[in-house]
Design a binder for this molecule. Structure first.
Ligand code: UT7
Length: 331
C-alpha cells in the first residue's frame, strides 16, 4: 500500500516532441569521413532527429508543452510562469519562452529563457520547484528545446555526429502524487568554459564574414577533455544530491543521465555502483539533444511505465559553461 504524501511541488505532466526527419549514421557517412561502426562504438548513437528548416525550438517546445498540459489535465490558461532552457533560441530576443507563450495561447504571464547549456532543463526545474513551493507561481511550465542542427558544423566529424533536435516539457504544481523533488545539486565552473563553446554570435565576437569564414558560429568541443570532465562532474553532483537526501546510490531505482555518450553512462554506472539496466538511454535514437534530453527521457520513461510508484529517480546533467546539475525525485 502506498503511504500518503504531503502536498509538495511535483511534476504533474510531461510531454515531448521529436522532429520527423531521421538522420542515420549511414547518411553521415556520405557527408563526412566517418563510419557507422566508429559512431556506434565511440558514442552509442545510431540516428538523430533534425528539425525542418523553418521549425524552431519554440515550435517544438510549444508542441511538447501542449502535450504536458494535456497529460496534467490543464489548459494554457492555467499557467502562471514559463521557463525555457535552450542553447539555440529562436532569436537572441524575444526569448524562446515569449514565443512559446504566444504559440500555446497562455495568458500574459512571465516567461523567460535560462541558459545553462545541457544542464539548463534541471536548472529550470529547480527554479520551478522553488517558485511553486513559495506559492508565488502555483503552476509552472518548464521546457527544454533545442535545434542543435543550426549550430553544428556539418563538415566537422568531431561534432556533427553527436547532436540532434527536439523538445521536452513538464508542468510543476503542488501535488500529493509522484514526481516530488527530494533534493537537488547545481554547479558551474567558468574557468573551463573554452572546452565546449560557440565562440561567435554573441557580443564578444559578433557575426562577421571573417568569423563565419572560420566557422566560429558553430559548436567547438575538446571532446576528450569534455568526456573526462563530464564523468567527474556527473559523479560528484549525483553523490552531492544523494548526500543531501541522506540516501545511498543503491537506493536509487532509476537514473536519467544526460545523453551525450554511452561510454560516459557506462562509466557513471560503474562509479556509482548502480547496474546499467537502471539507466535510461535514448541517445541511440536521438543523439545529444542538450537541454531537451532529460525532459524527453522522463516523458518516455513515464509513458513506457518504466518508473514505478515510490521509485527514487535521479536526473543528472552536464554541459557547457561548465555546468552540472542533479535532482532526486520520488515517483
Ligand atoms: O553535451 C555536452 C557534453 N558532451 C560530451 O560529453 C561529449 C564528450 N566527448 C565524447 O563523447 C567523445 O570525446 C567524442 C565522441 C566526442 C570523441 O570520442 P573519442 O574517443 O574521445 O575520440 P577522439 O576525439 O580522441 O578521436 C579519436 C580518433 C581521432 O583520430 P586520430 O587522431 O586518432 O587519427 C579522430 O580524428 O577518432 C577520430 N574521429 C573520428 N573518426 C571517425 C573523431 N570523430 C570521428 C568520427 N568518425 N565522427
Amino acid at each position: 500500500m502506498q503511504r500518503l504524501r504531503q502536498s509538495r511541488p511535483a511534476i504533474v505532466g510531461t510531454g515531448a516532441y521529436l522532429p520527423a526527419k531521421v538522420l542515420r549514421n549511414s547518411d553521415l557517412e556520405r557527408m563526412v569521413e566517418t563510419s557507422d561502426s566508429w559512431i556506434v562504438e565511440r558514442t552509442g548513437i545510431r540516428e538523430r532527429r533534425i528539425a525542418a528548416e523553418k521549425e524552431c525550438p519554440s515550435d517544438m517546445g510549444a508542441a511538447a508543452a501542449l502535450m504536458a498540459l494535456e497529460r496534467a489535465g490543464l489548459a494554457p490558461n492555467d499557467l502562471d510562469l514559463i521557463i525555457v532552457a535552450t542553447t539555440t533560441p529562436d532569436t537572441l530576443f524575444p526569448s524562446t519562452a515569449c514565443h512559446i507563450q504566444q504559440k500555446i495561447g497562455a495568458r500574459k504571464i512571465p516567461a523567460f529563457d535560462l541558459q545553462a547549456a545541457c544542464s539548463g532543463f534541471l536548472y529550470g526545474l529547480v527554479m520551478a520547484y522553488h517558485m511553486v513551493a513559495l506559492g508565488t507561481y502555483p503552476t509552472v511550465l518548464v521546457v527544454g528545446a533545442e535545434k542543435l542542427s543550426s549550430i553544428v558544423n556539418w563538415s566537422d566529424r568531431n561534432t556533427c555526429v553527436l547532436f540532434g533536435d527536439g523538445a521536452g516539457a513538464v508542468i510543476v504544481q503542488q501535488s500529493t502524487q509522484g514526481g516530488q523533488m527530494i533534493a537537488h545539486d547545481l554547479g558551474s565552473d567558468g574557468s573551463q568554459g573554452q572546452v565546449l563553446t560557440v565562440p561567435a554570435g554573441g557580443s564578444r565576437l559578433p557575426l562577421t564574414p571573417e568569423n563565419i569564414g572560420e566557422g566560429l558560429q558553430f559548436i567547438q568541443m575538446a571532446g576528450k577533455k569534455v568526456f573526462r570532465l563530464a564523468i567527474d562532474a556527473m559523479e560528484t553532483t549525483a553523490r552531492n544530491c544523494l548526500k543531501k537526501a541522506a540516501l545511498q546510490p543503491e537506493e536509487v531505482g532509476y537514473v536519467i543521465p544526460h545523453q551525450a555518450n554511452m561510454r560516459i553512462i557506462e562509466l557513471l554506472s560503474e562509479r556509482l555502483h548502480l547496474p546499467l539496466k537502471r539507466f535510461f538511454t535514448h541517445l541511440e535514437r536521438y543523439g545529444n539533444t542538450s537541454a531537451a534530453c532529460i525532459p524527453i527521457a522522463l516523458h518516455e520513461a513515464l509513458t513506457a511505465g518504466d518508473i514505478r510508484p515510490m521509485e527514487k529517480v535521479l536526473l543528472i546533467a552536464f554541459g557547457g559553461g561548465l555546468t552540472w546539475a542533479s535532482a532526486l525525485l520520488e515517483w
